[in-house]
Design a protein around this ligand. Structure first.
Ligand SMILES: Cc1ncc(COP(=O)(O)O)c(C=O)c1O
Length: 446
């Protein structure tokens, strides 16, 4: 028996070696929040205690957990084809899934580049943007514009255009030539809005200021989330995204929507681009494509972008980019089964129908102790709680932990904001349960 096997058998419950991402490790290892299995709307702890999943895992299990057709598709694929080289060769399901994703996207967003996560999707889109200008003879367009409070994953591209201070400040000088739009959130103007706030479209005009400062000839792309999720659920103000689109068009700048969270039904449509009637030049997706079951991400590009690369000798690679596991067979099988399930159960439509019920239920928390704001759009809500003096984030973190251990519900905390984003199969009764439990949790945190 190999050394490490002996060791793992001898210490099966050693929590020390695993360095848990985006988690306070020492606290977790004292009181672990361990999950052993899942089905539909519930997680189960190793002891068998049910926990209602009000987060769709990490905003990804949109079809609910361990759904039979997805499980069966992954099992069948594992038995049929484990892996095909992602470069110079491919396999039929990669093409089938690309066609299905393209068919869901609006307008001429019709070419799909696969990767394995949201972070890779963002880096891929940024690189395509730079290379696109390059192949068209506009190589001076190198600047990338993100937004304050934006989250675009954890690659160097993503943290450079992202606007979350802690995700940036430890990691050196990041990408050069990046600028940021202002955040669209303003509590004084927007508190307790249901859906898109009325105030804030004018904040898109800041792009004009940035373009004037650097000159349009140096700007490659703007990237925004149609709804900023990881920073605590910040819906776009009414009219903001069309305005951003118009300014990008005026200056020949590419517009990228990071739909890693908003894609696949979260806002009641296949993509938020459809909800807002705005066609970006690229869409980043991940998470919901496989309902979280197998890692996968990707970028959907407009026809004109793909076509710009299709030139020169035909034996030469057109885009020097890709991942060993791009369009992995297991992910493609899971993706196809997931898209079937979304279609067969009308889950995007279902999210749209539930949105007003969800929003009304969320607003019942208004007036509870320490509740400063509630925001919601699609099947998503963020509840800002007042910070404890000298301990920013503690009320939120303790509430999340208590919710899991004592109230049988999984919520997320982002600082002192509680975020809830259930699978799209959530029932009206479960929506009631989520917000009843949240009321108990918020009272207990007073
Ligand atoms: C908008 C957005 N972009 C990118 C990412 C990064 O995705 P991943 O964690 O799969 O790399 C996330 C993750 O939450 C996200 O919300």
């Amino acid at each position: 028996m190999a050394m490490n096997q002996t060791k793992s058998a001898a210490v099966p419950n050693d929590l020390e070696p695993f360095w848990i991402p985006f988690t306070p490790n020492r606290d977790f290892k004292k009181t672990p929040r361990m999950i052993a299995r899942a089905k539909d709307m519930h997680y189960y702890t190793p002891e068998g205690r049910a926990v209602l999943d009000a987060c769709a895992g990490l905003w990804c299990t949109n079809a609910g957990h361990n759904r039979e057709p997805i499980v069966a598709a992954i099992q069948a694929q594992a038995a049929e084809l484990d892996y095909a080289p992602a470069f110079q060769f491919s396999h039929p399901k990669a093409f089938e899934l690309a066609a299905r994703v393209a068919a869901l996207a609006p307008g001429d967003l019709d070419h799909v580049f696969f990767c394995n996560s949201g972070s890779e999707a963002v880096d891929t889109a940024l690189k395509i943007a730079l290379a696109y200008h390059n192949v068209r003879g506009q190589g001076a367009r190198t600047r990338l514009i993100g937004r304050e409070r934006g989250y675009h994953g954890v690659g160097f591209g993503g943290i450079s255009v992202g606007g979350i201070v802690n995700n940036r400040k430890f990691f050196g000088s990041l990408l050069a030539g990046v600028d940021h739009l202002p955040s669209t959130y303003n509590r004084e103007q927007q508190a307790f809005s249901k859906g898109e706030p009325d105030w804030g479209a004018h904040l898109a005009d800041d792009l004009e200021r940035i373009v004037t400062l650097h000159d349009a000839s140096t700007v490659a792309a703007v990237i925004v989330e149609p709804m900023a999720g990881s920073t605590g659920v910040l819906p776009s103000p009414k009219g903001y995204l069309p305005r951003l689109r118009a300014i990008c068009d005026k200056h020949g700048i590419l517009l990228i929507f990071d739909e890693v969270i908003t894609g696949f039904g979260r806002l009641g449509h296949a993509f938020a681009a459809e909800r807002y009637g705005v066609i970006p030049d690229m869409i980043c997706f991940a998470k919901g494509i496989t309902s979280g079951s197998v890692p996968m991400g990707g970028v959907i590009a407009r026809k004109g972008i793909y076509d710009a690369f299709m030139q020169g000798p035909e034996h030469v690679v057109e885009l020097f980019h890709g991942y060993t596991y791009s369009a992995h067979p297991l992910a493609c099988a899971a993706g196809l089964a997931t898209l079937d399930l979304y279609r067969d159960e009308n889950l995007f439509e279902r999210a749209k129908k539930l949105e007003p019920i969800w929003a009304d239920a969320a607003m019942t928390l208004k007036g509870l102790p320490n509740v400063l704001d509630i925001r919601c759009v699609g099947l998503t809500a963020g509840i800002d709680l007042a910070s404890k003096p000298g301990a920013v984030g503690k009320r939120g973190y303790d509430s999340m932990a208590r919710a899991f251990h004592e109230n049988g519900i999984m919520i997320r905390s982002v600082g002192d904001t509680l975020a809830v984003t259930p699978p799209l199969i959530v029932s009206e009764t479960q929506i009631g349960e989520i917000f009843d439990k949240l009321a108990t949790i918020i009272r207990a945190a007073a």
